[in-house]
Design a protein around this ligand. Structure first.
Ligand code: SF4
Length: 339
């Protein structure tokens, strides 16, 4: 069919009318002028009804009411993250429960309340106890000195076990090892610090000036010296009568404890700070320890001043006598001759 036939001309004329009316509508509706260049108009003229149909599909039918413009959509609000991207460990923002119809939100992980948290376990060293009381006795990793079959050793067995002791450096300067002397079944034991010069020479405890004073004190309590037992924390003389060092006390102390275990006295009188502090494992000053009853391995223990100190501080003899009177009261003794 020739495109210039009357039908084609009528169609093209109708199409151009439609285009004009649509352009007028657009100009009125949107305030804009749609520019169609000559090339586009020529293409419209050549394309015939098929282009009209495509135009109608794209822009709506020319005879139909103009399609209402969709309201301009507002730009979408910025999407807010529901879960922080980075927060300090353990911190989570509370998230409200999702409302009906809303999408599920990422559940927030909250730290459990304090009362719901599992208790924090504190690592403790093996064998360590919280608020453990101070150790009152030395570790018993083996039998006591002198023990051969698990029975309590006698003083003779302990002395044999001690032998020519070289367990600490005090052995290098001694002349005699001073083990102890007195009644092996005594109800009263005096424990001093260590041998002095005279004791080292004779091998007997408390035989010098301090020993003479102790002998008087014993007599004042109504005893003879042979009735009681006398020994020291360390069995060898510290050079120059210095104080025994901790490692020397530690080396010799087991033998002292074995002696007391063998004798099983009713009362121990600790003479001076080294005897009291060693047996009680208490670093309290002797001025505060003295005169106060303590317990050592089930045995009543009275700390008091050392006779050597009383020789230097005679005014303190009264306090020492008070301490010994308390011992006498426990043992049911009457005063003998006053020192
Ligand atoms: S002081 Fe005691 S441990 Fe030291 S050598 Fe003398 S007896 Fe042995």
């Amino acid at each position: 069919m020739n495109e210039n036939t009357p039908d084609a001309s009528q169609d093209l004329s109708a199409l151009l009318d439609d285009v004009r009316r649509h352009l007028l509508w657009q100009e009125e509706a949107a305030g804009r002028v749609l520019m169609i260049d000559a090339k586009a108009a020529l293409e419209l003229q050549r394309s015939g009804p098929s282009l009209r149909e495509r135009f109608a599909r794209t822009h709506g039918a020319p005879d139909a009411a103009p399609a209402p413009q969709a309201p301009r959509a507002e730009p979408p609000p910025p999407r807010m993250p529901t879960v922080p991207e980075a927060r300090p460990a353990g911190w989570e923002r509370p998230v409200a429960a999702p409302q009906a119809g809303q999408g599920a939100t990422v559940p927030a992980r909250m730290p459990p309340p304090a009362e719901a948290r599992p208790p924090v376990s504190r690592p403790l060293a093996a064998g360590m106890l919280v608020d453990a009381p101070p150790r009152q006795s030395p570790p018993t990793s083996g039998p006591p000195p002198g023990a051969s079959s698990g029975e309590r050793p006698t003083l003779d067995e302990i002395r044999r076990d001690l032998g020519d002791c070289r367990r600490c450096k005090l052995c290098t300067g001694r002349k005699n090892l001073v083990f102890g002397s007195g009644n092996p079944r005594a109800e009263l034991v005096f424990v001093g610090e260590g041998p002095g010069e005279n004791e080292d020479l004779q091998g007997v405890p408390f035989v010098g000036a301090a020993g003479e004073l102790l002998t008087k004190m014993i007599g004042a309590m109504g005893y003879r010296r042979d009735d009681v037992y006398i020994c020291n924390v360390v069995k060898c003389r510290p050079p120059g009568n210095r104080n025994p060092e901790p490692e020397e006390i530690a080396a010799c102390e087991p033998f002292l404890r074995a002696q007391l275990a063998a004798i099983q006295p009713k009362v121990v009188v600790a003479l001076g700070k080294f005897a009291a502090q060693t047996l009680l494992r208490d670093s309290t000053a002797i001025t505060r320890l003295r005169g106060n009853w303590r317990t050592y391995e089930g045995i009543q223990l009275m700390p008091t001043f050392h006779p050597a100190y009383l020789l230097r501080s005679p005014a303190e003899k009264r306090k020492a006598w008070e301490d010994l009177q308390a011992v006498m009261k426990v043992l049911g003794k009457q005063p003998g001759s006053r020192a």
